[in-house]
Design a protein around this ligand. Structure first.
Ligand code: SF4
Length: 114
């Protein structure tokens, strides 16, 4: 499918970060690329609105405060300390939902966002 959608700069930035970080940590993207796409979209949207890629998979009473707290800014503390990503953006090799991929084409990713 030819993709004519305009890709926001922040999405591209978070996409590049995700590939680099997966390689650096030896983690893999989810078998279901729509998970990867939605998480990256959530991170980039938070980066646009709040200035930091606050984890999109949690509820916060006050997102601006959470950004200042920095614990859940991606990569969050659980990921940095224990390679635990509850969003399933970065999965350990042994995880049953882990693909073999640390790279995805940008078009492929965009196609998974409706
Ligand atoms: Fe990033 Fe942590 Fe959220 Fe995973 S759980 S997307 S590493 S902030």
């Amino acid at each position: 499918m030819n993709n004519q959608k305009k890709i926001p700069k922040s999405f591209e930035a978070m996409y590049k970060f995700s590939e680099a970080y997966a390689k650096r940590t030896g983690t893999y993207f989810c078998l279901d690329f729509s998970v990867t796409a939605v998480v990256i979209e959530g991170l980039s949207s938070h980066k646009d609105i709040y200035g930091s890629p606050l984890c999109p998979c949690r509820h916060y009473d006050d997102k601006s405060k959470e950004v200042l707290n920095s614990y859940w800014n991606c990569p969050c503390v659980p990921m940095r300390e224990r390679k635990e990503c509850h969003c399933m953006l970065f999965l350990k090799e042994e995880n049953e939902f882990a693909s073999k991929y640390q790279q995805i084409s940008l078009d492929n990713l965009i196609d998974h966002i409706k």
